[in-house]
Ligand binder design. Structure first.
Ligand SMILES: [Zn+2]
Length: 405
């Protein structure tokens, strides 16, 4: 059963893969027999596009205080940690991650290493360092930029560094630092955010804005950013503006529930306290966004306190619990996410000419989203395969005896 990432449910299909690309999709049994081709029988299994996590931090450890860990470990160890974290996503079928903040542009380096085949990993679309006001949200990986000229220069600097997306901060946040940051406090101004969006878009690069408070979200939406990260304090008027602008929402629901829980008091108390004020407002804002038909993309903030690499299934379950349909939840981690990254047809889809990034699972994810964890195997468009269904020692990635499924 194959789900293409777009339609309302899976259908029986045959897929033909050639050199890491999906070359054809046939009705089940319709693929022409080719003696030179290697075939894998997946009867009883479900095949989906490789999943996309739209908000991760590969440099972060998922420990109780990842900012402190980066400070303690330093740059070189952090690079190794980021590679290992990226590979954990891939092995769970997350074949693309969007990384929205890394010290020293580490995630941009990891993206490049994977692209060049130096190491295995998912496709990484990385911002590297972020464009923020002096003293703004997540200062440890921010480029302090005040005024239109400074933010324009910072955007150009990140594009030159190889960033695949620009990350900025329109408001304060919950975790990051103990003092000097309030949830509703807006940070970069409308004029500065508009300059960021204008400059990034001139080079075909999307902009993601960290925005929790109402005023900052309004500034970011009017400035023309592409995705609002978190979007905690929305209003009916704001979701209306988002719909008209085509702004996408990446709510990151589960990270705030985890931080609000505090995990036996291990998470810094200031973050737990802030997260507790977020959770209720977030639920109401998310409902407004769904009602207004705002495109939703699944992002986990993986790496943040007690948010594992990977944890996309947990976020998809939260999206469903908060009111998204299972089909829309699966789209939020495939085709809708690809659209939001400007990669329509290139990611998050099973269609001719799309890269063969595939997740194969043993149970129907439409019946139960947790079935995404029943991994038969993962196919990467680099011709690499992972998971129990594929024999590690196989001389060719597709020359395998199917097991189970
Ligand atoms: Zn984040």
């Amino acid at each position: 059963m194959v789900w293409d990432g777009v339609s309302s449910g899976p259908e029986p299909r045959d897929l033909v893969i050639d050199d890491g690309t999906i070359s054809a999709v046939y009705s089940a049994g319709g693929a022409p027999v080719d003696d030179d081709a290697l075939s894998v029988d997946l009867d009883g299994a479900f095949v989906l596009p490789g999943l996309i996590d739209s908000h991760v931090h590969l440099v972060w450890s998922s420990g109780a205080d990842p900012v402190a860990t980066v400070e303690n470990e330093g740059e070189q160890l952090t690079v190794v940690r980021a590679v290992a974290n990226a590979q954990k996503h891939l092995q769970a079928g997350v074949t693309t991650v969007r990384d929205l903040g890394s010290n020293w542009d580490v995630a941009v380096t990891v993206a490049r290493a994977i692209d060049r085949g130096i190491c295995d990993g998912p496709t990484v679309i990385a911002s590297g360092r972020t464009v923020i006001m002096t003293g703004g949200h997540d200062p440890f990986w921010g480029i302090f930029s005040d005024g239109v000229d400074a933010v324009t220069q910072a955007v150009r600097q990140q594009i030159h560094a190889g960033a695949g997306v620009i990350k900025t901060a329109a408001t304060g946040g919950a975790y990051g630092r103990p003092e000097g940051e309030a949830l509703g406090q807006s940070e970069l101004s409308y004029e500065e955010l508009a300059a960021i969006a204008h400059e990034a878009h001139r080079f075909g690069i999307k902009v993601a804005a960290h925005a929790l408070g109402t005023e900052g979200i309004r500034n970011a939406v009017r400035a023309g950013v592409d995705t609002i990260e978190h979007g905690v304090f929305l209003t009916e008027e704001l979701v209306d503006e988002m719909r008209k602008q085509g702004t996408v929402l990446c709510p990151t629901l589960s990270v705030y529930s985890i931080m609000a829980d505090g995990v036996n008091g291990s998470i810094p108390a200031y973050a737990t306290e802030k997260a507790r004020t977020i959770v209720k407002a977030h639920r109401e804002s998310f409902a407004m966004a769904i009602d207004a038909g705002i495109p939703i993309i699944a992002g986990t903030d993986a790496g943040a306190p007690h948010v594992q690499h990977p944890s996309l299934i947990k976020e998809l379950a939260a999206l469903c619990e908060y009111g998204l349909s299972p089909t829309d939840a699966l789209r939020s981690a495939t085709s809708v996410a690809a659209d939001a990254m400007g990669r329509r047809g290139k990611l998050g889809i099973i269609a001719p000419q799309a890269p063969a990034d595939l997740l194969i699972v043993d149970g129907d994810p439409f019946a139960d989203i947790q079935n995404l964890g029943q991994i038969w195997g993962v196919v990467r468009s680099t011709d690499r395969t992972y998971g129990p269904g594929f024999t590690v020692a196989a001389p060719h990635p597709y020359r395998v005896a199917p097991q189970g499924g």
